[in-house]
Design a protein around this ligand. Structure first.
Ligand code: IPE
Ligand code: IPE
Ligand code: MG
Length: 243
């Protein structure tokens, strides 16, 4: 069945409101094709384009994709600088198409370690899409769940010290200080390449998420598989602690 037919099978009243994807396996894809790792990342960008388009077609509300983690700085200097450049170049290249598709795009993650000019360019490019009312696309860039929580706690502390905040800390307050403030919690986490771990992705927001794993390497991830993940989600019985 092609993905368009699969989309018609989705129950619109039970959609995962927020889907998060750990796009893994670019390096192994490159190895399999006897080419350089960077070519795996390049191919990965094509998959991003395909999956974002499909998310729009399926009427998804929030999609967060893991592009670069706070741990990915541990890779070689060459790979890191290639990834930073690729992510920026892809954003700049795709922005007009994204705007046309009514996508509202933002980058979430820490600004530390990235040049000020880099952050400024990202912000100015994304800003052009902020009036859009369709898919909310978050690119997790220099993102780490623990870093996000630390940033939140430090901001809360600063606001308590300055008298701006005068209450005990609640779940709502923590959520409001995260990069994802105002967004729904994650319903579905997809990870490609056969790895079954969170790797510091959206640890607070995924507390009650459903997980969906596939052996497929990210550059090979298809529109059909993506919709299948949503269909499988709709078969799950979410209990939230109830009997
Ligand atoms: C995912 O692919 C992309 C990033 C982490 C940026 P990998 O580069 O982790 O690919 P593998 O895991 O080595 O195959
Ligand atoms: C997670 O993938 C980060 C991104 C997809 C950007 P990694 O490949 O870096 O994760 P680990 O190291 O296998 O846990
Ligand atoms: Mg990996």
């Amino acid at each position: 069945m092609n993905y368009k037919e699969l989309i018609t099978k989705l129950d619109k009243s039970n959609m995962p409101r927020h889907i998060a994807i750990i796009m893994d396996g670019n390096g192994r894809w490159a190895k399999k094709h006897k080419t350089k790792r960077i070519n795996g990342h390049k191919e990965g960008v094509k998959a991003v384009r395909r999956i974002v388009e499909t998310a729009v077609e399926a009427g998804a509300e929030y999609l967060t994709i893991y592009a670069f983690s706070t741990e990915n700085w541990r890779r070689s200097k060459t790979e890191v600088s290639y990834l930073l450049k690729l992510i920026m170049d892809s954003l700049v290249k795709e922005i007009d198409e994204l705007i046309k598709n009514n996508v509202n795009i933002r980058f979430i993650g820490s600004k530390e370690k990235l040049d000020e000019s880099y952050n400024k360019r990202v912000m100015e490019t994304c800003k052009k899409s902020w009036k859009n009312t369709g898919l909310h696309l978050n690119v997790a860039m220099n993102y780490g769940g623990r870093k996000e929580l630390l940033d939140a706690f430090n901001s809360i502390l600063a606001d308590v010290c300055s008298g701006k905040l005068d209450t005990e800390i609640t779940e709502k307050i923590v959520s409001d200080y995260l990069y994802t403030a105002g967004m729904p919690e994650v319903d579905l986490v997809i990870r490609t390449s056969g790895e079954e771990r969170l790797s510091n992705f959206l640890i607070w927001q995924s507390a009650y998420a459903e997980f969906w794993f596939t052996q497929t390497l990210w550059p090979d991830f298809s529109r059909e598989e993506f919709i299948q993940a949503m269909l499988d989600f709709q078969q799950r019985k979410r209990r939230f602690g109830e009997r």
